[in-house]
Design a protein around this ligand. Structure first.
Ligand code: B12
Ligand code: SF4
Ligand code: SF4
Length: 390
């Protein structure tokens, strides 16, 4: 069949007009190993409690399983390349670190709007075309499809890396019934590099190209609802929403010009380097006011305050003690539990005093178990942890 090459070319030029930094086209069946790898990942339980990954796994496995009429996939990338080093706040314990991707506008909204505009253009150009647009939340494997469409390759950190935009692309996809001219797939250019594997603070890669989400700080701070497992608390440092470490160390980022970044993702002043003390003071209404229009709003106030309490426990900031003590009375058990841990790290004497006053009246089993676990101070001079308190 003689495919309309000029339509593919015009489509890619139009994508740039709508704010995308990268666009490519693949046949809908161009990523055949994806289904098996997804099944293996889910089978090993590496998705933790993201049960929504299992729920429509059969649709996720391939574009045709979701939509049998699909012929081509248009993969799109929108750049959020940061102007500053994403790791620059690592040693500023009283600040919370929000992942670069979440410091500006919600990418779901920005990318979806641009995808819809591009899809409308395509339908107007090619009579009879049918289209569906996806970003993030649909049962679509965006990374292998983007690789198949030539946007880059899935690096050892499992995200898509682009020669031009490094690790800083949001992905989206348009499925269409059109049989479009395709691009060459991306080629793996990781070589012998293992910078991302070494950078991970929680050893979340069982092997290159595979992520154990249950160990990933992005999962723990965003997707995981209960208490943060003890094993990861210290290693979270001051990361309170997502994590950039494996992305930030990738050598291909040096080609990522911030000029291509969509301005909607520029950091909002209050999210670039927030004070933990401000975030710990948020109630539900305050949380909604600060995080409206941001992807962070999805996790809700309790999970955010839980994350900030872990960061407070790692901060060695005596000035946070009174705020932490106030949160021992929070209505949400997950907040009270994290406050117990934070206090034990910040002030062992105060922790012992508060424990005496509160343990007897604490009804929640999980919070009781936090009081029963001794907490170390950041200097290592605490009571030692892991064994029941005397
Ligand atoms: C679930 C999910 C998560 C989970 C799990 C991440 C993961 N790696 O699967 C958690 C919550 C941890 C997460 C974290 C992040 N996420 Co996320 N996430 C998703 C989501 C919704 C699905 C991903 C998925 O299908 N995972 C299932 C696994 C099995 O698929 P996979 O990662 O592609 O696995 C492949 C490899 O393991 C490979 N493989 C397996 N074995 C082998 C062996 C060899 C030799 C080789 C070569 C390959 C190979 O094959 C698998 C299939 O392709 C996508 C959106 C979407 N709908 O696609 C966003 C998405 C992947 N996330 C995104 C982002 C930005 C992030 C974070 C950077 C956010 C942050 N800063 O905190 C981190 C990065 C953490 C990391 N290192 O991956 C972007 C990535 C953009 C890009 N350039 O790639 C996406 C595409 C969202 C978007 N629309 O832009 N995420
Ligand atoms: S996002 Fe952070 S915790 Fe997750 S794999 Fe990358 S470096 Fe590790
Ligand atoms: S840091 Fe190195 S190994 Fe990891 S994705 Fe980038 S090039 Fe590949």
């Amino acid at each position: 069949m003689n495919k309309d090459k000029s339509l593919s070319e015009r489509l890619q030029a139009k994508a740039v007009e709508f704010g995308f930094a990268a666009a490519g086209i693949a046949r809908a069946d161009a990523a055949p190993r994806t289904a098996e790898r997804l099944r293996q990942w889910l089978g090993e339980g590496l998705h933790g409690d993201m049960i929504w990954m299992e729920a429509r796994a059969h649709h996720r496995e391939s574009p045709a399983a979701l939509w049998p009429e699909v012929k081509s996939v248009i993969a799109l990338g929108m750049s959020y390349a940061p102007a500053h080093d994403p790791l620059r706040l690592a040693d500023e314990g009283e600040k919370g670190r929000i992942s670069v991707y979440a410091q500006g506008a919600d990418y779901h909204d920005v990318v979806k709007k641009a995808l819809k505009a591009l899809a409308r253009w395509l339908v107007a150009e090619a009579e009879g075309a049918d289209v569906k647009v996806f970003v993030d939340t649909a049962p679509v494997m965006e990374k292998p499809l983007a690789e198949a469409a030539g946007l880059g390759w899935q690096g050892k950190h499992t995200n898509l890396v682009s020669r031009e935009h490094g690790s800083w692309l949001f992905l989206g996809a348009i499925y269409t019934t059109l049989d479009l001219a395709t691009d060459m797939p991306g080629r793996d250019r990781c070589g012998s590099c293992d910078a991302c594997q070494r950078a991970c603070p929680t050893d979340a890669f069982p092997s290159p190209y595979r992520l154990d989400a249950r160990r990933c700080i992005s999962y723990l701070t965003i997707e995981h609802a209960g208490p943060i497992p003890h094993e990861f608390r210290e290693r979270m440092g001051n990361r309170i929403y997502g994590c950039d470490d494996c992305l930030a160390v990738c050598p291909w980022n040096k080609f990522a010009a911030t000029a291509h970044a969509n301005r909607a993702f520029a950091p909002r002043a209050e999210l670039a380097a927030p004070d933990l003390s401000d975030l710990l003071a948020l109630d539900d209404a305050g949380f909604r006011a600060v995080f409206s229009g941001s992807p962070i709003k999805r996790i809700g106030r309790d999970r955010m305050v839980r994350n900030c309490l872990i960061a407070a426990g790692n901060s060695a900031a005596a000035g946070l003690v009174e705020t932490v003590v106030r949160l021992l009375d929070d209505p949400a058990p997950v907040v009270r539990g994290a406050a117990v841990w934070a206090l034990g790290r910040l002030d062992v004497g105060r922790w012992a005093k508060e424990r005496g006053a509160r343990l007897a009246s604490e009804a929640d089993e999980m919070v009781r178990s936090e009081w029963a676990t001794k907490s170390p101070s950041p200097s290592g001079e605490g009571l030692g942890w892991g064994s029941p308190a005397a």
